[in-house]
Design a protein around this ligand. Structure first.
Ligand code: 13P
Length: 323
């Protein structure tokens, strides 16, 4: 099996999932400040160290997505983050997109940037131990059209093909945003469009689907709309995935998108229970795993153990939902 195939499988198979700890400097700083922590390079590093070194993290977590800043930082014992991650049994990943900007003439729809110079950056990340990468397209139900979906799908496919040339597994993330008061049908329609276009573009770009991880949203009503049952979310999500995601894709790792931990774990549990599923399903959650740990920590060294326990509890709950 090629390294791409075995890495994609290791990330998504066997009841473990991915910890997304790749918030940009701006987003991470805002989250620290919201907890009363003075944000800076050191605070961001200490927080990510707390996450990665939670004892036994690798029992439930197969990979950790890092931001560029963290990827180049060292733990307090001097080990670079990607080296320490591998030693701890967790594959290191790197977010390589550089964020979004409005797509001209597209009514506010966003396009993700970061393709310029990406080959050279991937080569450097690969040398420093990156096993996988992430690129996030941001898809807003209100502004997305076939054309904007195609622009984002095209960028995702170029990124994915380049990653594979460098021996790095691309996480392909077309995220349909959960914010808003739309119903589940609106989310289903936009998710179907986004995924169909992405797989068209991946095929055109010659991407080996056995060496990617898909990171989609669950198909849900908007966060400001009335909730539906976890079984209904799983059924709607499976319906869209079945009609758009080829069986060659080894694993699908969901984002949490602002939904509470209990909710996304319930969605994943229901989805895991669907017997005719051709791909492994697992989590690639950010907030649903880390929010409780961040507020428990509050920047105080004395709270590190308790914060790590909160993280591990959430990772265990998410991993149990894949069984
Ligand atoms: P959330 O699970 O907090 O949505 O973050 C996952 C992620 O990596 C989004 O790109």
């Amino acid at each position: 099996m090629s390294i791409l195939h075995s890495t994609a499988r290791e990330l998504t198979h066997g009841g473990r999932g991915i910890l997304a700890a790749d918030e940009s400097i701006k987003t991470m700083s805002a989250r620290l400040e919201a907890e009363g922590i003075t944000a800076g390079e050191t605070a961001r590093r200490d927080y990510r160290e707390l996450l990665l070194t939670a004892p036994g993290l690798s029992a439930t977590v197969s990979g950790i997505i890092l931001a560029d800043e963290t990827f180049g930082q060292e733990l307090s014992d001097g080990r670079p983050f990607p080296v320490a991650a591998r030693e701890l049994g967790v594959l290191p990943g790197i977010k390589v997109d550089t964020g979004t900007t409005p797509l001209p003439g597209a009514g506010g729809a966003l396009i993700t940037e970061g393709l310029d110079g990406l080959g050279a950056r991937l080569s450097s990340y690969a040398e420093r131990g990156a096993a996988f990468a992430k690129w996030r397209a941001v898809i807003d139900i209100a502004t997305t059209t076939e054309q904007t979906a195609r622009a984002n799908g095209h960028a995702l496919a170029r990124y994915a093909a380049l990653c594979q040339e460098h021996g790095i597994v691309p996480i392909v993330e077309p995220e349909v945003l959960c914010s808003g008061d739309h119903d589940i049908v609106a989310c289903a329609d936009t998710t179907r469009l986004a995924l169909a276009v992405v797989f068209n573009e991946l095929e055109d770009a010659g991407v080996d689907l056995r060496g990617i991880v898909l990171k989609p949203n669950f198909v849900t009503p908007g966060l400001e709309a009335p909730k539906v049952s976890a079984a209904a979310v799983a059924a709607a999500t499976f319906e869209i995935l079945r009609s758009t995601v080829p069986a060659a894709v080894p694993g699908i790792a969901f984002l949490s998108g602002g939904h509470p931990t209990d909710d996304v774990c319930a969605f994943l549990k229901e989805l895991s229970a669907i017997p005719e599923r051709p791909w492994d399903v697992t989590f690639s959650f950010g907030r649903a795993l880390v929010s409780a740990a961040l507020s428990t920590w509050g920047g105080a060294p004395a709270n590190v153990d308790a914060a790590q326990e909160r993280l591990l509890d959430n990772c265990r709950q998410a991993a149990d939902a894949t069984a």
